[in-house]
Structure formats: C-alpha cells, structure tokens
Design a binder for this molecule. Sequence first.
Ligand SMILES: *Cc1c(COP(=O)(O)O)cnc(C)c1O
Length: 432
Amino acid sequence: MNYFSTNNNSPFVNFKEATIKGQAPDKGLYFPERIPLLQETLINDINSFSDEAIAFEVISPYVGDTIPAAVLKDIVEETVNFPIPLVSINNSIYSLELFHGPTLAFKDIGARFMSRCLGYFVKDQPKKVTVLVATSGDTGGAVANGFYDVPNVEVIILYPSGKVSTVQEKQLTTLGKNIHALEVKGSFDDCQQMVKDIFADADSFENLFLTSANSINVARWLPQQFYYFFAYKQWADKNNPPVVAVPSGNFGNICAGILAKASGLPIHHFIAACNANDTVPHFFETNIYQPKKAVATISNAMDVGNPSNFVRILQIFDLKINDLKKQLTACSINDEETKITLKKVYDQFGYLLDPHGAVGYHALENYLQEHPSQKGIVIETAHPVKFFDVVEPIIGEAVKIPETIQDQLKLDKKALLIENNTEALRSFLLKI
Ligand SMILES: *Cc1c(COP(=O)(O)O)cnc(C)c1O
C-alpha cells in the first residue's frame, strides 16, 4: 500500500516513510491510494474473531510489507491490551468506553500503535531518535505512555507551566526513563512554536534524528478504526447497525470510523458532534469551508477551528460532498447544552459522561428523536475524572478517582523548567 499527499504534490510513500515523515513535504496529509475491502467473514462472523485478530486484519493492508506479520501481531496485541466495553446507558443509547487505557483517553490507542511502529522502524537507525511533542494536555500523556521504555527512542514533551490539569501533569512528568518533560514558562502556543523552530533547523543537530508524534500521522490515525469494529462486535442487533456519534475536534477519530465503514463495517450513520467550534457543521449548512480561530469551551480537547483531518474525510468520498452528506451529519452543541446533558444522563441513568462524551450524547439524542427506529452509540473519548474540575460542579459530587490514577498522583513530578524560547530547547537537545 502506498500513500499520496492530499495536496497531490509529493511523491508516493509506503507506511514506513509516512510514519517517519508524519506530514507530506507539500504539507498535505498522507492518504492510502486505495481503501481495502475486508473479507466478508470478518464482518459476518465477527464474534468468532478475537479483538487482536480483528485489529490485525484491519491494519495489515495499510502496513503492507513494511512490518513483518509476527512483529505486527505483537504491536497490535500491545495496542489493544485494555478493555473497550460497549455499555448500555438506556434503551437506545450505548457508550463505547475508550478510556480504560493508561492515560484515560482514546488517544492511547493511536499513540501506543504509533510508538511501537516507530520503535520498529528506527531500531537500526545509527542516530538516536528523538520524538518532540508540544502538548496542551491529553496528547502529551498518551504519547509519553505509548513511547515509555521503547528502545532507541527519546521523547521530549513540552507543556505550558501551570496550564495543564493535575492529572495531566502527573501523566507527563512521573514516568522517567526515556521520557523527558520540559515545563515551559509560557503558553501552549509558545511550546508549539519552539518545536516548529527546532524542526525547521533539524539539520543543525547532527547526532539527532528528530521526528514528531503529531496526531495527523497515519500510524496514529489508522489504528483508531479498531474500536469501531469492537463496537460492532458487541452490538447485539446486527441486522440494525448503529448510528455512531463521535465527539470531534481535529476529526481524526471520526475519520477513522468512516474509513472503517468504507472498508465494509456496517454503520448506519455517523454524527460529528462538535462544540462551539463549528467549522464543519457550518460547512454542512453552507458548503463553505471557513476555518475559524478556536474558542475555549468546557470540552477543550475539541477546541479546534481548522480540523486537519477533514480533508481526509472528503478524500474518502472522492470529494463528492453529496455522498458524504448521506452518511454523515454534523452539529454544534454549546456549553450550556453540554452541562444539562451531563447532569441529566447522570441523574436519570446513573451514567457519568465526560464533557466531550456529553457533546456526543446530546447530538445523538437529537438525531434519534428524528429517527426513532434507530439506536446509537456515543464514543466516550475520555474518563470523566480527567475533567473533574468541570464535571464535579455540574453534578455536585466528587468524581471517584481510579486506583491507577491515585497511585500516579502520589509519584513525584520530574520536569525541567525552561524559558519560553527556542534557545532553551536547543541547548537541552544538544545535551541529551
Ligand atoms: C483529542 C480528543 C477529542 C477530539 O478527537 P479528534 O480525533 O481530534 O476529533 C475528543 N475528546 C477527547 C477527550 C480528546 O482528547
């Protein structure tokens, strides 16, 4: 399988090159040259396949011969070695809980898969491989955890001092070994700028092979298909496939789901549930794609004004917008609606959503009211405890902290405090 750039101005590459490069040289996103069709038995007899076997079948065509089957099997097994249950909230709505991984958010799946692929690709590299990533919170934890103890790879995470939650900071700063946390006296934008400056000047680090763990990387995007298959496996009424609502920010998650459907997975309809950042819902209404500056909301991991992966969704439909609209609905849910939904679902059904999941639930509920014969799944992208500062005042109760997180909160933070300029990062890089 080869990948082309959505900007159509870069050479085709295989999975290995696409993973190492991240973004195509023309700044487009890599996209597979064809969408593989799955064998029918995988769908018709899905309950006779293990999760690992499903994941392996789904990803193999994309990886091609860049990773030997035995190695890929191990990678896939380590990627999905935590539960991904489909839990009933009420008669018509189910929650696919993607928060049972080490950092309690769905990004664990993509980060675990990507880290292991990259680890395999660079193991014979003569230079030390250094993954640089700037985070506003969730990505850093998932990447740190995914790359922890991967041989031959050093990870450097830049995060804005005082601007990440307590849980998020512990997830970044307590691992040690090959994970280095730099606490930057500045904002997330400063962190991102420092990383960009270093990449622009990568040649000056002779001893380092620099790469990024950005979310547009194919090795983070493609494995996100796995759990849509796991959801269908757990879906009882196979004759009536589910409507699936995905809380969406950069649109990588939902794009993976739509790709899975294009490969043969039965999904009745997709809903892109956005918060006040409504670039895509606006596009659905007007056919005009107008990126906006992101506005802050209580579902902050979706505060994206120009969703990178939307071009990949267009690509799946060969840029035919009418075909796309038959399979996907997009809507925008505001903070007030999100809070009301979160509280209502907790009070009525005893199910605690996180703010992102609440956006998805609200969007799904609206859709099902107009389509009462359907049932649906909301993709629950994070554990509510990750956002306890938002959730607790809404429900008026403390959120129970899972044991793994309680243990993590007891560990000592290890981070190097640095100034918010590129020189500070440069001198750190020259020393490692
Ligand atoms: C990253 C994130 C999202 C948005 O996912 P995209 O793939 O960017 O659309 C939603 N919820 C949570 C909790 C996240 O961390």
